[in-house]
Ligand binder design. Sequence first.
Ligand SMILES: Cc1cc2nc3c(=O)[nH]c(=O)nc-3n(C[C@H](O)[C@H](O)[C@H](O)COP(=O)(O)OP(=O)(O)OC[C@H]3O[C@@H](n4cnc5c(N)ncnc54)[C@H](O)[C@@H]3O)c2cc1C
Ligand code: FES
Length: 369
Amino acid sequence: MTVTITRPVRRRPAFHPLPVAAVDRLAADAVAITFAVPEELRDTFAFRAGQHLTVRRVGEDGQDVRRSYSICSTPDDLARHGRLRVGVREIPGGAFSGYACGSLRGGDTVEVLPPLGNFTTAFAPDRARRYGAVVAGSGVTPVLALVATALAVEPASTFTVVYGNRTANSVMFAEELADLKDRYPARLHLVHVLSRERGESPLLSGRIDAGRLGRLLDTIVPGDAIEEWFLCGPYGMVVDAKAVLAERGLPESAVHTELFHVAEAPAPPRRPADRADAGTEVTIVLDGRSSSVTMGREERVLDAALRVRAELPYACKGGVCSTCKAKVVDGAVTMARNYALEPDEVAAGYVLTCQSSPLTDTLTVDYDA
Ligand SMILES: Cc1cc2nc3c(=O)[nH]c(=O)nc-3n(C[C@H](O)[C@H](O)[C@H](O)COP(=O)(O)OP(=O)(O)OC[C@H]3O[C@@H](n4cnc5c(N)ncnc54)[C@H](O)[C@@H]3O)c2cc1C
Ligand code: FES
């Protein structure tokens, strides 16, 4: 390994210990964690509605657990009160969600990386937009921040939210959404769909799939009028909703998607068979320093890079959170999957290093770019 200073150091976002101000129960299996951000860190944690935080916890077995949680509070809350809030739904057997919903208490401290993510839009007071969202379960979390921000910042905008849950008792942020509805009765349209309980009508009872969404857009949701959409929930629901909106002529740029988890394992790296066993000399640039490591073509760049730079940023290792994003400045890679980067980022050379395997004999990835 060689390490050289390549240019002036540009500080990579680092984990900060944030005090937990409160852990509030949202539903039988979900909590909201409120962080109190000290004055001196408020700029570092400034965010755009729709973005997420990465938390880290080293378990008793020494395992470094990193997970992403969308921010449900607003940028205004942070600026005025130093408050950042996330919503966590417990996954059976889940390493972090189990801890958050079971043992975490106000007064504890959690290591948190500053906000990241593209599930957002450029809110501006003079914009008049008709926004829509299709969400299910904990997928409502970033949309709560988007709705509250849109309605407060853009007095002429409206928001329609189609929100799927199993039962009325499992609805996260029911109170917060009802408060927003009271505050903006004419500009917020909430449509609750329940899959395991009878809703207000047959159309509102069942899973949100392509058929049901199509019927909703034809009837109670002003589908053709909505200009910008946010989709967040299980993989199948997001894929279905995207297809329905594309069929109705919505351009890809008007539909934002966020996935929390993809169950299937990513495909193995694709490459010409005659080069399959060749090694690659990879240079990693981080914090203005470059380090080199030799890696196999079957490996992921992040895994190889962590051997020489353990402080590299990452979280899901599954292509959904974008924490491991870097720019390829020399050589080429193939990405197994990408559910986090926008097409313009990919066109500019950015990759998810947890999903990237090299295609060339040499490769340079820049985490500072
Ligand atoms: C950008 C982003 C934003 C996110 N925002 C939120 C949020 O606002 N609220 C929230 O509750 N979660 C959110 N998540 C999901 C969260 O990061 C964790 O994946 C989730 O809490 C499970 O972590 P865990 O450690 O409890 O479970 P793990 O120990 O990682 O997993 C336990 C088991 O559950 C499976 N699993 C993991 N995640 C899920 C999932 N989401 N759904 C179904 N099965 C799963 C795993 O494959 C494993 O079998 C977000 C994820 C991303 C990438
Ligand atoms: S670590 Fe989440 S996309 Fe790579």
